[in-house]
Design a protein around this ligand. Structure first.
Ligand SMILES: N[C@@H](CCC(=O)N[C@@H](CS)C(=O)NCC(=O)O)C(=O)O
Length: 235
């Protein structure tokens, strides 16, 4: 099926009125640069749900008050307004979206693959925490350990370039963070995450061909600047 492109609307800020909440429309609240929101945005796109799930971008720097008050008291993105309820947490949301909406399935039925997939999805928190907390310490050593872990995981099923062979929720859980870490580690630490890791290199090459993901990418220059300020206190 051909990918359905859409125009992205500008983010809503403190001056914007809320959408007509709980009118039966399914809405995915995101921030275009948030890696957690990106997971759910990719899932929506890959399943071809552009017409069924309306994307509502929020400006997190200048947040509309109604978002916390009327939509999601946690005041974070992503969140999904569906069937009169609002739910959050990106890893729960990608599973929820895969199970409750039409479109290609993003999790295999084979028990061995499912078990490994769950393990890898759970590991994303360890992976990101270890790397993000290493930037002021031994970032290279931590990057070696964490990207070796991914390289080994990619060796498990060889009937496709993705973690469970075919493209799945596991790839979606990791790619927003790998996208950011790849540019940041390369720019700041001169560290190439794909050097000596052919599986990871092939994974990135294939994932970058997927339109549903490509349209969600953040400008690498913007990422590096933001990460420098956020993690290295550099202006
Ligand atoms: N555990 C959450 C994390 C979501 C999250 O931290 N999102 C950030 C943006 S990248 C956010 O909304 N931050 C706003 C805030 O914490 O006030 C998930 O997986 O969805």
């Amino acid at each position: 099926m051909a990918y359905k492109h859409e125009d992205l609307s500008p983010p809503l800020d403190s001056t914007s009125s809320p959408p007509p909440l709980f009118d039966g429309t399914t809405r995915l609240y995101v921030c275009y640069t948030c890696p957690f929101a990106q997971r759910v945005w990719i899932t929506r796109n890959y399943k071809g749900l552009q017409d069924k799930i309306k994307l509502v971008p929020i400006n997190l720097q200048n947040r509309p008050a109604w978002y916390k008050e009327k939509v999601y008291p946690e005041n974070k993105v992503p969140s999904l307004e569906h069937n009169g309820k609002v739910i959050g947490e990106s890893l729960d949301l990608i599973k929820y979206m895969d199970s409750n909406f039409e479109g290609p399935s993003l999790f295999p039925t084979d028990p061995e693959r499912r078990k490994f997939g769950e393990e890898l999805i759970t590991y994303t928190d360890t992976f990101t925490r270890a790397l993000y907390s290493s930037f002021k310490g031994d970032a290279v050593k931590e990057a070696d350990a964490q990207f070796d872990y991914l390289e080994n995981a990619l060796k498990k099923f060889d009937d496709g370039p993705f973690f469970l062979g075919q493209f799945s929720l596991v790839d979606i859980a990791y790619i927003p963070f790998v996208e950011r870490l790849q540019v940041f580690l390369s720019e700041v630490f001169k560290y190439d995450i794909t050097a000596g890791r052919p599986k990871l290199a092939a994974w990135l090459e294939e994932i970058n061909k997927i339109e549903a993901y490509k349209v969600t990418k953040t400008d690498p220059k913007e990422l590096v600047e933001f990460y420098k300020k956020r993690f290295l206190d550099q202006q």
